[in-house]
Design a protein around this ligand. Structure first.
Ligand code: GTP
Ligand code: SPV
Ligand code: MN
Length: 581
C-alpha cells in the first residue's frame, strides 16, 4: 500500500530516511492486521495473553516502570511567540523544538518496523471529523489506535480526497526519560513524540491531536475541542438530553459517561457518546452540537467494579488490552477495587510478597476497549451531525469547598466557573498526587494555546450561538472529617444530572447564592438514598468567608495571564466578589 497524496508520500519517505526502519507497513485497519499484530507482540513478549477462558482476547502489556503516565514537564507547545503558548504551557520556539528532537529520531527505527497509521477522529462521514497520520515504531501503539480511532483504508481515502491531515511522528526511542519529549507545532499541524510508549504520550490521535492541535484549530475556526465526556439521559417518559462534562484526568468522566441508574431510578436510561473528548460546534439551528472524535476507551482500571461501573467491568472481560495491571495465579488481570481474586504478580511483573504494601496494579493502569462493546453505547455516536448539548458541566476532585452542584448565573459566569476549576492531582500524570491545582476546563495539560485567549474564545460563544447550554459545576469528592466520601457517587450521580436537566428545562427549584444557583432544599431527589440530611446540607452549603479566599486565589490565577486575561472574565469575577460582600 502507498498513497496518491504527494505530501503524505514525501513526508513518509523523509521520515524513513531520518529514522532508517528495516521496513515500512501502511496500516489498513483490518481485523486481520489487528490479529497479526497481537500474535507478533505475543511472540516478542510485548504482550502476554491473559486467561483465554475467563478473559478471551485480552492481553497484558507492562510498560517500562518509568513510563506509566503523561509527562507534562516534557510536553511542549512550539509557537513563534512564547505568549501564544501562554503560562499554561511549556514553550520552545519551533526551530528549537525541531532541533531538540530531530537528532533523537536519527536512526531510531533501525532494526524496527515503521508503521504508517492514517486515522480519522470522528465518524468518517462527518464534516466535523478530522484526519491525521501517525508514524510509529510501536506495534502496541498501532493496536491501541485500532481500538481508539477509525483508522486504515477509509481514513486514508478521506485524506486523499481532502488533502488535509495532522502529522504525528512517534518513536519509543530508548525510553530514557532524559530523552523523552512530546512536541506540538500548532502552526504546522504537526506533533513529534519520542521516548515514551505510554497512552497520551504515544497515541497521538488522542491528547496531542484531538486536544492540543485541535484546540488551536478550533479557536481559529470557531469551535471547541474539549476534555469532556458526552452522555445521553433518557427519562422514563422518553425525554432525551445530552450533557457534556469536563473533569480533570482520573476524576470520573468514564464513570459518569456510562453510569447505571440506581434501583430507585427504574425506567431511566443512560447512553454513552464519549468518555474523554468532545468536539463542539454551533449548528445551523444555533445550538451547540458535539461529536466524540474517538472510537474506544483508554480508561482507568483501578476502582472498576460491578458496584462502581458494571458496564466497564463487563466490557473488559473480553477483547481488551490491559496496561500495567497485576495478575492472579490463574492469569486473570487484577487491580485495586476488583471484587475477587488475589494478585500474585504486580504491574512491574514482580512476584508479590506479603510485606509488599505497594499497589499491585499501577494507579494509572488502563484498559483499551472498543466503544461498541459498551452495553449502553449510543448509536448517535455515529451520527455525522453529533448530538445537541443541553448542559455543560465542570467538575474537580476537591475534598472541601466546592458544593455537590451549582449552576452559573449566565454564560460569562459559567466560563469563569470553568476557568476556576481546581482539582487534586492524580496518577494520570507523572508527579505528586493529591495537590490542589487550577485546571481550567480540565484542559491545563491539553490546551494548545494561551489560556487567556482560550477563555476569550469560550466567552465568544455568547455571540456565536442562539441557544446556549446551561453551565454547572459538580464535585463528587467532598470528604468528611474521617476522610470518607460524603456523596455516594457513581450511579447516584444521576440524581444530580436530573436536577441539572430540570434546571435547563426551567422546572427545578434553586436558591440564589453569591457563587450561583444551588438546589433548593429537597430539590435533589434523595428518595431511597441512605444519606443523612445534615450531610446533604453540608454538601449544598456555601461558606462566604471560604469563598472570598477562593475568589482571591482565582483573581491571582487569572491575573497571571496579564493582558491576555479577557475583561469579560474579570467582570464575571468582580460580580461574584461583590455578591460575596
Ligand atoms: P481520564 O481517562 O484520566 O481522563 O479520567 P476520567 O475522568 O475518565 O476518570 P475515571 O472515570 O476513570 O475515574 C477515575 C477514578 O475516580 C476511578 O478510580 C473511579 O473509581 C473514581 N470515581 C469516578 N466517579 C466517582 C464518583 O462518583 N465518586 C467517587 N468517590 N469516585 C469516583
Ligand atoms: C488522561 O490522562 O486524561 C487520559 C489518559 O485520558 S491519557 O491518554 O494517557 O492522556
Ligand atoms: Mn483524559
Amino acid at each position: 500500500m502507498s498513497t496518491s497524496n504527494k505530501a503524505l508520500a514525501t513526508w513518509v519517505s523523509e521520515v524513513a530516511a531520518l529514522t532508517q526502519p528495516d521496513n515500512i507497513v501502511w496500516c489498513d485497519g483490518s481485523t486481520e492486521e489487528y490479529d497479526r499484530l497481537i500474535k507478533e507482540m505475543c511472540e516478542t513478549g510485548i504482550l502476554d495473553p491473559l486467561n483465554s477462558e475467563t478473559y478471551p482476547d485480552c492481553y497484558l502489556h507492562l510498560s517500562s516502570p518509568s513510563d506509566v503516565a503523561r509527562v507534562e514537564h516534557l510536553t511542549f507547545v512550539c509557537t513563534d511567540e512564547k505568549e501564544d503558548a501562554g503560562p499554561n504551557n511549556n514553550w520552545m520556539a519551533p526551530a528549537d523544538g525541531h532541533a531538540k528532537v530531530d537528532p533523537l529520531f536519527d536512526g531510531c527505527m533501525k532494526g524496527r518496523t515503521m508503521y504508517v497509521i492514517p486515522y480519522c477522529m470522528g465518524p468518517i462521514a462527518s464534516p466535523l471529523a478530522r484526519c491525521g497520520v501517525e508514524i510509529t515504531d510501536s506495534p502496541y501503539v498501532v493496536a491501541n489506535m485500532h481500538i481508539m480511532t477509525r483508522m486504515g483504508s477509509a481514513a486514508l481515502a478521506r485524506i486523499e480526497k481532502s488533502g488535509k491531515f495532522v502529522r504525528g511522528l512517534h518513536s519509543t526511542g530508548d525510553l530514557d526519560p532524559e530523552r523523552r519529549f512530546v512536541m506540538h507545532f500548532p502552526h504546522e499541524l504537526s506533533i513529534k513524540s519520542i521516548g515514551s510508549g505510554y497512552g497520551g504520550n504515544a497515541l497521538l490521535g488522542k491528547k496531542c491531536h484531538a486536544l492540543r492541535i485541535a484546540s488551536y484549530q478550533a479557536r481559529t475556526e470557531g469551535w471547541l475541542a474539549e476534555h469532556m465526556l458526552i452522555v445521553g439521559l433518557e427519562s422514563p417518559e422518553g425525554e432525551k438530553h445530552y450533557i457534556a462534562a469536563a473533569f480533570p484526568s482520573a476524576c470520573g468522566k468514564t464513570n459518569l459517561a456510562m453510569l447505571i441508574p440506581p434501583e430507585s431510578h427504574k425506567g431511566w436510561k443512560i447512553w454513552t457518546v464519549g468518555d474523554d473528548i468532545a468536539w463542539m460546534h454551533v449548528g445551523d439551528d444555533g445550538q451547540l452540537w458535539a461529536i466524540n472524535p474517538e472510537a474506544g476507551y483508554f480508561g482507568v482500571v483501578p476502582g472498576t467494579s460491578p458496584n462502581t461501573n458494571k458496564n466497564a467491568y463487563d466490557m473488559i472481560e473480553s477483547g481488551t488490552i490491559f496496561t500495567n495491571v497485576a495478575t492472579t495465579a490463574n492469569n486473570e488481570p487484577w487491580w485495586e477495587g476488583r471484587p475477587d481474586g488475589t494478585p500474585t504478580t504486580n504491574w512491574k511483573g514482580e512476584a508479590i510478597t506479603p510485606d509488599n504494601k505497594a499497589p499491585a496494579a499501577h494507579p494509572n493502569s488502563r484498559f483499551t476497549v472498543s466503544a461498541k462493546k459498551n452495553p449502553c453505547y449510543a448509536e448517535e455516536s455515529e451520527d455525522p451531525r453529533g448530538v445537541p448539548i443541553s448542559a455543560i458541566v465542570f467538575g474537580g476532585r476537591r475534598r472541601e469547598l466546592a458544593p455537590l452542584v451549582y449552576q452559573a448565573k449566565n454564560w460569562a459566569h459559567g466560563v469563569l466557573m470553568g476557568a476556576s476549576v481546581a482539582s487534586e492531582t492524580t496518577a494520570a500524570a507523572i508527579g505528586q498526587v493529591g495537590v490542589v491545582r487550577r485546571d481550567s476546563m480540565a484542559m491545563k495539560p491539553f490546551c494548545g494555546y494561551n489560556f487567556g485567549d482560550y477563555w476569550d474564545h469560550w466567552l465568544s460563544f455568547e455571540q456565536r450561538a442562539d441557544k446556549l447550554p446551561g453551565m454547572f459545576h459538580v464535585n463528587w469528592f467532598r470528604r468528611d472529617a474521617d476522610g470518607g466520601f460524603m456523596w455516594p457517587g457513581f450511579g447516584e450521580n444521576l440524581r444530580v444530572l436530573r436536577w441539572i436537566i430540570d434546571r435547563c428545562e426551567g422546572r427545578a427549584e434553586a436558591r440564589e447564592t453569591p457563587i450561583g444557583y444551588l438546589p433548593a432544599p429537597g430539590a435533589i431527589d434523595t428518595d431511597d438514598l441512605d444519606i443523612d440530611p445534615a450531610v446533604m446540607d453540608k454538601l449544598l452549603a456555601v461558606d462566604n468567608e471560604q469563598w472570598k479566599t477562593e475568589m482571591d486565589s482565582v483573581e491571582e490565577y487569572i491575573g497571571k495571564f496579564g493582558d491576555r486575561t479577557p475583561e469579560g472574565l474579570k467582570a464575571a469575577h468582580q460580580k461574584v466578589v461583590a455578591a460575596l460582600g
